[in-house]
Ligand binder design. Structure first.
Ligand SMILES: Nc1ncnc2c1ncn2[C@@H]1O[C@H](COP(=O)(O)OP(=O)(O)OP(=O)(O)O)[C@@H](O)[C@H]1O
Length: 796
């Protein structure tokens, strides 16, 4: 036994034979020595350019301490730089300083020696080549090429002349690039082409440049515009140049437990730790390889040259920026205090916040005053201030004060330009950011449509709905690439959204068989809505297969090339459906539109379909319970009655607004008063022109095809499958000469679904005509005798 132990000891001794491995302490010492030496060389070399000449005479007296050198590192610095630069490689000697420094870092961090050797190999070659090059051009300055450069040059020129030497140098460069950087002839030509294109882009961009004065006293807006411009520029650039970062894999360390013998020799033998790469699944492997080869999938690639619209397209108003009218403030304050005093309401303090259209006076009443008492004085205060649109918020949620909003005598316009330029909008990380306007405290109000997830807009005619819709669309155009968002626009008024036709192939979505992307015909809306429902179902299927919960997760996975396009996966843009006049739609098509809208509103949030619905008539038969339940985010412009206000906001307030873009926004809880940003038709025209003039997709984004019921496919219902009450229903319809489901519901006491099915069967049997929107269907049989004959003929 003892003998065996001895044996192992002797064999271990053999392993301990001298090795080149350094212990950790040695690495620290040696590595830092090299790194510092590299730095010292660098300093000495730099100093040489200033002190080299003066030190020339002192070199021969290296041993004598009386002779001083001027080099920053004194005698050794002077000697080393003379050795490397003067007698060696000239300027190229800096490469050696760098190589020595890198070597130190490699030793310190225990990096691969093979790589270090490669650095040295290429570094030395470069140094030689550079010294010859400098020797060639700077013959008279020994410093540039050093003695080596000078000598080699003279030698070469003696044998192959100047032309031969220059060609040899060029050949050396080509060989270097081809072997080290795998440069080919094609990459040369490509480089040339892209440089040319880049130059062209730069040139075009400089034309668009905004000139921003270098003045510290820039107005706040100018600062905002400046930063916005820089951000927009940056984001544009990031769309064209894609950084593909190599993926660093973290692999677990597998450490073998030490054996007894190992422990005995611990002090002498260094343990080698082997890193084992983590085992990846098949798809991970594939996607990592694809990402390594091609980079992440870039949805914007097809329109990679797309330029986001510049801010200059939007108008700047002179009347912008709030001007405080001290007199007006004082006058209003006194009137409020006096009115309240008349009713024995004392005020402890009063504070004013000035907004673009209204000023908020926040008052703290004396102790013991009932809030309802102040609320009831709304009309009296309005009377004494002789102003429209006074709103009392009692109490202001979360503040413990009472707010009285009084319209300013001179309202200021909130320009679209100022809200788009705001830092809040430009730096927002939201998925679908919308800059709606400015709040009462003059802050830019930005909301995320993706979070809402649908928006209901209502207000009497001429109060700013269409401007509001344009503000929403403009915000998205300034923030989203055409690959990321698509709009489905429904415009029964036919004139409000027509300008967006110009960006059809960039931003709009439509049915494959329709000519116009903007839908103005109500019957076509039904098909589009149903098609969106199909798109929604398809998207849910894709998300289910990809094991994702929402569109954001899905798109991240798709960009990381983890989803196979051959299995139907594709990058999914957000779809925003905008309906400008919903009341008109619901009046003509009723349930036909309400059902798909309700379905989309209930289910579409996760898959990136968002609805924005605007209506002039906020009555309960337009904004039905089912619609309201699914649109928690609402915007109310001025309406004419308290009842309308209640329909939209579930409370009063909208009737007290002052119009012209003054609005209340709610996302389910608090009401926020916002002055909507103003964007005029010429601005939209410029914006759509700018986008429309750029390269576009071959066509608009196609929604799935939908075959409407009226086209007859669902009508070949089997005679055997007819409802038991079919004949009775036919008689009711023919007698009344009115083909409507509600008639059957009433006469035969049926539910809506059954009545609807019977109507379909009657259509299939040729008794009533096809669906005609909100009108009753035409009855094709004139009387009961004709009906009998018709049905008998059918049975033969
Ligand atoms: N945010 C705003 N700032 C200043 N003025 C505004 C604003 N919004 C609207 N206006 C003014 O009100 C007018 C009517 O606005 P808009 O056309 O949007 O109303 P609307 O509610 O869509 O009306 P309709 O339903 O009849 O189409 C505009 O021409 C403009 O002069």
């Amino acid at each position: 036994m003892a003998k065996k132990k001895n044996d192992t000891k002797t064999s271990n001794k053999k392993i301990k034979m001298p090795s080149f491995k350094l212990s950790n302490q040695q690495k620290l010492v040696f590595g830092s020595f090299l790194a510092f030496f590299g730095i010292l060389l660098f300093i000495a070399f730099i100093s040489f350019f200033f002190t080299g000449e003066a030190d020339q005479s002192t070199l021969s007296d290296f041993a004598s301490r009386d002779v001083k050198s001027e080099n920053w590192l004194s005698k050794s610095g002077a000697w080393l730089s003379d050795l490397f630069i003067q007698r060696g490689f000239g300027i190229a000697s800096f490469i050696f300083a760098g190589l020595i420094f890198i070597s130190g870092i490699y030793v310190l961090l225990n990096l691969s020696r093979a790589n270090l050797a490669k650095h040295w190999f290429w570094g030395i070659l470069t140094a030689i080549w550079l010294s010859i090059l400098f020797g060639f051009f700077g013959n008279s300055y020994g410093i540039l090429g050093g003695t080596i450069g000078f000598e080699v040059n003279t030698y070469l020129q003696d044998y192959i002349g100047k032309i031969g030497t220059s060609l040899l140098l060029l050949f050396g460069l080509i060989t270097y690039l081809a072997t080290r950087y795998k440069v080919t002839f094609e990459s040369f030509t490509n480089l040339f082409k892209s440089a040319k294109a880049g130059l062209k882009d730069d040139f075009e961009q400089t034309n668009d440049d905004v000139i921003i004065p270098l003045d510290n006293n820039l107005s706040e807006e100018a600062h905002a515009i400046k930063s916005a411009y820089e951000i927009a520029k940056e984001s544009n650039n990031s769309n064209t140049v894609k950084d593909v970062k190599p993926k660093v894999e973290t692999a677990p360390l597998i450490v073998k437990p030490p054996t007894k013998e190992d422990l005995e020799d611990e002090l002498d033998i260094e343990m080698e730790v082997k890193e084992v790469a983590e085992e990846l699944s098949e798809t991970d492997n594939l996607s990592d390889k694809l990402v390594a080869d091609f980079g992440q999938f870039d949805p914007t690639l097809e329109l990679s040259k797309y330029q986001f619209p510049p801010l200059d397209l939007l108008k700047k108003y002179d009347s912008e920026g709030i001007t405080i009218n001290q007199e007006e403030l004082e006058e209003n304050k006194n009137k409020i205090v006096d009115t309240l005093k008349n009713y024995n309401i004392g005020i402890a303090s009063i504070k004013a916040t000035i907004g673009p259209t209204v000023t908020l006076y926040e008052i703290v009443p004396d102790a013991g005053i009932r809030i309802s008492k102040i609320k009831n004085l709304e009309d009296d205060i309005a009377l004494s201030l002789a102003a429209l649109g006074i709103r009392i918020i009692a109490p202001i949620p979360g503040k413990g004060t009472i707010g009285i909003e009084v319209p300013n005598k001179n309202a200021t316009i909130v320009s679209m330009r100022s809200v788009i330029a705001s830092k809040k909008f430009q730096t927002s990380e939201m998925q679908l950011p919308i800059a709606l306007g400015k709040t009462i405290s003059n802050e830019t109000f930005v909301v995320d449509l993706a979070k809402m997830p649908h928006l209901l807009m209502a207000g009497a005619t001429g109060q700013g709905k269409s401007v509001g819709l344009n503000a929403v669309l403009t915000s998205l155009l300034y923030k989203k690439h055409p690959a990321e968002v698509k709009f489905v626009l429904v415009d029964p008024k036919k004139v409000e959204l027509t300008l967006f036709n110009k960006i059809e192939r960039h931003y709009l979505a439509k049915l494959p068989d329709s000519e116009d992307a903007i839908i103005t015909d109500n019957t076509k809306v039904i098909n589009t809505l149903n098609s969106l429902c199909i798109e929604m179902d398809n998207r849910y299927e894709l998300l289910k297969n990809a094991l994702c919960r929402n569109i954001a997760e899905y798109n991240i996975k798709f960009k990381a090339r983890k989803l196979n396009p051959n299995e139907g996966h594709q990058f999914l843009p957000y779809i925003v459906l905008v309906v400008d006049e919903f009341a008109d739609l619901i009046m003509t098509a009723g349930k036909e539109v309400e059902t798909p809208i309700a379905r989309l509103a209930q289910l579409a949030r996760a898959i990136g379909i968002h609805l924005i619905i605007a209506t002039q008539r906020p009555s309960v038969n337009v904004i039905t319970g089912i619609i309201k339940a699914n649109f928690p985010a609402r915007i109310a412009f001025r309406v004419t009655s308290k009842i309308d206000s209640r329909t939209i906001l579930d409370g009063s307030g909208a009737d007290q607004l002052i119009g012209r873009g003054d609005m209340l926004f709610t996302q389910g809880n608090d009401l926020i008063r916002v002055q909507c940003a103003f964007v005029d038709t010429p601005e939209i025209e410029k914006l759509t022109d700018y986008i429309g003039s750029q390269k576009a997709y071959p066509n608009a984004y196609f929604l799935p095809e939908y075959v409407g019921e009226e086209s007859g496919t669902s009508l070949d219902i089997d005679i055997e499958d007819r409802d038991k009450l079919f004949r009775e229903a036919a008689e009711v319809i023919v007698t009344a000469q009115q083909g409507s489901a509600s008639l059957l519901q009433r006469k035969l006491k049926l539910g809506y679904n059954r009545a609807g099915r019977i109507i379909d069967q009657l259509e299939a049997a040729g008794i009533v005509g096809p669906f005609e929107g909100s009108k009753a269907r035409q009855v094709l049989i004139t009387d009961l005798t004709a009906l009998d004959r018709h049905l008998e003929n059918e049975n033969i």
